[in-house]
Design a binder for this molecule. Structure first.
Ligand code: 5SP
Ligand code: FE2
Length: 219
């Protein structure tokens, strides 16, 4: 059975870190379904964001699903620590995993949902042998490392290919799309087959973030 629920996952990367408690509280009272937490190591991506201590504080401030996007080398070294910090889902990059099947199994054995992310240049068909094992496929619609970039149009085709693969293999994975999502393009991303929309700058740069989350949800 095809899973076509829609979830909105605001990315706190674009929030005001000086007011993080207030930002999380705003999300708690909004129609946001998940909190998207971008962890960057300055090695896999050319930026450093935040890590375990910040996530454990966010965990204490919300009951919403904490969706952790790991843009780090050797994610297997830290999976247990992210579980302890309160992650509900860990998404690792295909490009960082020599032993993706083992890493996905590790995350699931720790009691978390497991996702795999693809950079814009990485083809979808590489997931054929893992699609039945993952809970989520994250299609990066910008190059990872920074918020506020433009949506790469080719991603729509990759979302459609992922949806076809999921249907073909009767898999249960959700499709998450991350980068450059706006209220204007959200509809076409959902039409292509996405379930989860990540939005950073669109939400946090708007005058009324809660209203923007609502608009995304009803796109
Ligand atoms: O993973 C990333 C960036 O690497 C994202 O989650 C961004 O935080 C999305 O930001 P916007 O493109 O929505 O501003
Ligand atoms: Fe992300």
């Amino acid at each position: 059975m095809e899973n076509r629920n829609t979830f909105i996952a605001p990315s706190l990367l674009a929030s005001n870190f000086l007011e993080l408690g207030k930002e999380v509280d705003m999300l708690n009272h909004s129609e946001a379904d998940w909190l998207h937490l971008d962890v960057m190591d300055g090695r896999f991506v050319p930026n450093i964001s935040f890590g375990l201590p910040v996530i454990s504080h966010i965990r204490k401030a919300t009951t919403k699903f904490c969706d952790v996007h790991l843009m780090i080398e050797e994610p297997e070294k830290y999976a247990e620590d992210f579980k302890k910090a309160g992650a509900d889902m860990l998404t690792v990059h295909y490009e960082t995993c020599n032993h993706l099947h083992r890493n996905i199994q590790q995350i699931k054995d720790l009691g978390m949902k497991a996702g795999v992310a693809l950079n814009p240049h990485t083809p979808v068909h590489l997931l054929e042998n893992i699609i039945n094992d993952v809970d989520l496929v994250l299609i990066m619609s910008v190059n990872p490392g920074f918020g506020g970039q433009h949506f790469i149009q080719k991603s729509l085709e990759k979302i459609r290919q992922t949806r076809e693969m999921i249907n073909h293999y009767k898999a249960h994975a959700l499709i998450e799309v991350d980068g450059g999502i706006t209220v204007e393009n959200a509809g076409s991303i959902l039409d292509a087959g996405a379930n989860v929309l990540v939005a950073g700058s669109t939400v946090f740069s708007s005058k009324d973030p809660a209203a923007t989350i609502r608009a995304l949800k009803h796109a």
